[in-house]
Design a protein around this ligand. Structure first.
Ligand SMILES: C[S@@+](CC[C@H](N)C(=O)[O-])C[C@H]1O[C@@H](n2cnc3c(N)ncnc32)[C@H](O)[C@@H]1O
Length: 371
């Protein structure tokens, strides 16, 4: 949590310019989000609706979800011919190191659009930053009606215990995440960390949401119970190959690769359900899995030599915008080595995708806080 942040600003390697996959994930989950908002409003008038987007990052996606939620409320207002929500209190959460400045700078234009397109005055929509970790309490008791989080909960609060870079034994040599060759102790350490983190997340939100409040979460997962399945870990496998190729040339220390384990976990539906049911304050209204292309589906023709390369490079840029801060902090490499790493990674990904159309699995769930 101290090192992870998406690439800041609006430059070529920024998250703002390389978040098409996450935008696709938001649009895939939109019908579930809309359904949850409408069901919550059904027969309900909320004077001041508390909404939180957890892991909002920066860039075009940060406010797009909020805009969608407001559109859904406005559509319900029109349908019923009365105002169901008088004002919105919107909390944008992310870690302390997130580029909040970038979001705040885009707020005047956002408020202008609210007025022009939705007829909403500034006085009826209060957007606030809420820095901190969602693995713990962020908001006062019973202050929220709707919680949303997209593409964030697959990040763990820390590298699983026993796999940290200062651990005595290197249990997952040559790998960055769970892989087919990882020992069972590595798989167990990841699952335990996920269980601890996710249960703390659910427990914290159960204090903050009012009874009947909704939560729509979407994050990377897997469709098989096997944690070594390709669609949950192969992007890391290929990144490890690119790092290894630089290590062979002495441009990265191989020991650094052996001591890195990503604070990431792609759970299956059963693992999620277990934690929600154990905690006991939410009902699961929906839990669905969607396949997402590694490039967000932006380019379909991957068979021409140029097309193949461009898909790989696009995927590499998307992954770089997310993981560069962690790699930089752990490997401590010069910028030219980082550039070279992601060129190699793009080539490796391009070659892989020309043979196998591996996809991410994105899990979307809608939960209701019990009465
Ligand atoms: C890939 S971005 C997703 C951003 C945005 N929701 C979207 O869909 O484009 C993941 C975000 O989760 C944030 N994040 C990771 N762990 C977090 C934590 N424990 N608490 C709050 N935010 C966290 C990261 O800092 C990052 O900005």
């Amino acid at each position: 949590m101290q090192v992870l942040h998406m690439n800041k600003g609006n430059g070529d390697t920024s998250y703002a310019k390389n978040s098409t996959v996450q935008s696709k994930i938001i649009s895939v989950g939109k019908p579930i989000m809309k359904e949850a908002v409408l069901e919550m409003l059904c027969n309900n008038v909320i004077e001041s609706m508390g909404i939180a987007d957890l892991g909002c990052s920066s860039g075009p996606n940060s406010l797009s979800v909020i805009s969608e939620i407001m559109d859904t409320v406005e559509a319900a207002n029109r349908l019923l011919g009365r105002r169901l929500v008088s004002e919105f209190r919107v909390f944008l959460n992310d870690l302390y190191s997130n580029d909040f400045n970038n979001i705040f700078m885009s707020l005047p234009a956002f408020y202008d659009r609210l007025k022009e397109e939705k007829g909403l005055e500034f006085e009826s929509c209060f957007i606030l930053g809420a820095p901190g970790s969602f693995y713990g309490r962020l908001f006062p008791i019973n202050s929220l009606h709707f919680v949303h989080s997209s593409s964030s909960l697959h990040w763990l609060s820390q590298v699983p215990a026993g796999l940290e870079s200062n651990a005595l034994k290197r249990l997952n040599k040559g790998k960055l995440y769970i892989s087919k060759s990882s020992p069972q102790s590595v798989v167990d350490a990841y699952l335990l960390q996920f269980r601890n983190d996710f249960s703390l997340f659910i427990k914290s939100r159960s204090r903050e949401l009012v009874a009947g409040g909704r939560m729509v979460l979407s994050f990377m997962g897997r469709s098989s119970t096997d944690p070594t399945t390709e669609n949950s870990c192969y992007q890391w496998e290929l990144l490890a190959q690119a790092i290894m190729s630089l290590a062979r040339e002495g441009r990265i220390e191989e020991e650094k690769l052996d001591s890195f384990n990503a604070p990431y976990y792609a759970p299956c539906a059963e693992e999620i359900k277990d934690e929600i049911q154990k905690e006991g304050s939410f009902t699961i209204d929906r839990l669905e899995a969607f396949e997402i292309d590694w490039d967000g589906g932006a380019v379909t023709d991957i068979h021409t030599p140029h097309g193949k390369l461009s898909v790989g490079r696009r995927v590499a840029k998307a992954i770089r915008a997310v993981v560069e801060s962690m790699l930089e902090s752990h490997f401590g490499v010069e910028p030219d080595v980082m550039d070279d790493l992601f060129i190699r990674y793009g080539d490796i990904v391009g070659t892989h995708l020309s043979k196998s159309r591996t996809k991410y699995i994105n899990l979307v769930m809608a939960l209701t806080k019990k009465w």
